[in-house]
Design a protein around this ligand. Structure first.
Ligand code: TXA
Ligand code: MG
Length: 319
């Protein structure tokens, strides 16, 4: 998956200075690469939307490096947030909380809440700390395309739309953070991700599922059906049932394909391991000009919730 690269302190300082100057910096996190800008600077945040081609109705996660910064971003810190942060921060969990007024409406798509995440990746932490600013960052891909898990994916997807790319090697979680709202009466899981629902429920008790109605009231890019897609048609299949015509690749979990295919990728049978490899594998196959990519659908058991969510969004029948 590529070699680990540690940016020098000078590179980190250069990237931090660009962020302070309102520029865009792509940086590694443990989940996926983020496209970062000063979350307090509305012009800088507007550049994120322009670079991604992302509609303004999609709120952006604000990344912090310490609890002082959390207080600059979130106006409320409920006991559930404290318990979850103690257990899962820094890490792949985004908490949606009532926002401070200093956070521009563009960051939160006009909502009075803000998504806050303290990433664990050492490069992300060093960058945010050096910038001394909360950093707004969606995944560093064009809107609706696959999220990047290497610096090379960012280069291919965004090119010179980003002012600087910090290369911290491949991401170790591989899919986006779990997004949990603590801004309402009850905790709501807005997007399954790197921290599983059962891990969260073990700390704060049952969490609700987002309903379609609330999805419309609170626009979530992670909730767009057409999201995380490779350009190649992606099919979710069972029992090795790959298409009869055309040339393609097969992501195998347990069952071999029923007929010969150009490429078979044996995927890990552990959900977290599968997540690590998923986007990288799809990026790689997407560059092969196949007619289709057939993915053996995992059983939708709790451990596979996040992977199944991403596969369903990437599947072509959703478009
Ligand atoms: O792992 C990740 O979360 C990555 C890395 C870079 O941190 N970021 C990421 O950002 O995936 P993005 O923009 O691709 O997805 C942001 C998710 C969306 O599902 C969005 O709806 C939700 O966070 N979100 C952010 N702020 C929100 C808010 N105030 N209310 C509801 N959902 C929010
Ligand atoms: Mg994204």
């Amino acid at each position: 998956m590529g070699s680990v690269h540690i940016p020098s302190p000078a590179e980190i300082e250069h990237a931090a200075a660009l962020l302070r100057a309102g520029k865009l910096v792509a940086f590694p996190t443990e989940t996926v690469y983020g496209l970062g800008a000063n979350a307090l600077d509305v012009d800088a945040v507007a550049r994120i939307f322009a670079a991604k081609g992302r509609p303004g109705s999609s709120p952006i996660i604000v990344h912090v490096s310490d609890m002082d910064m959390v207080r600059r971003v979130a106006a409320e810190w409920p006991a559930t947030a404290q318990s979850l942060a103690q257990k899962f921060w820094p890490g792949a969990l985004t908490l949606v909380l009532k926002k401070q007024s200093a956070i521009p409406a563009l960051v939160t798509a006009g909502l009075d809440s803000v998504g806050v995440r303290m990433p664990s990746h050492p490069v992300a932490r060093a960058l945010i700390e050096a910038a001394g600013l909360p950093i707004g960052a969606p995944s560093a891909n064009r809107f609706t395309q696959l999220s990047p898990t290497t610096a090379e994916h960012v280069r291919q997807g965004l090119g010179d739309r980003v002012d600087y790319i910090l290369d911290g090697g491949p991401c170790t979680v591989g899919i986006e953070s779990t997004v949990l709202s603590l801004a309402g009466e009850v905790p709501i899981l807005l997007r399954p991700g790197g921290i599983s629902r059962s891990q969260i429920e073990a700390v704060i008790g049952p969490v609700s599922q987002q309903t379609t109605a609330s999805a419309e009231a609170h626009p979530s890019p992670g909730m767009h059906p057409r999201h995380y897609s490779p350009r190649t048609k992606l099919l979710l299949v069972r029992n090795g049932q790959v298409p009869d015509s055309g040339m393609g690749a097969y992501l195998q979990l347990h069952q071999p394909p029923k007929r010969q295919v150009r490429d078979i990728v044996l995927m890990p049978s552990d959900a977290a391991e599968y997540a690590v490899w998923l986007y990288g594998t799809l990026h790689q196959l997407d560059s092969q000009n196949y007619d289709w990519i057939a993915v053996e659908a995992p059983d939708n058991s709790p451990a596979w919730e996040a992977v199944c969510d991403r596969l369903q969004r990437a599947a072509s029948d959703m478009k």
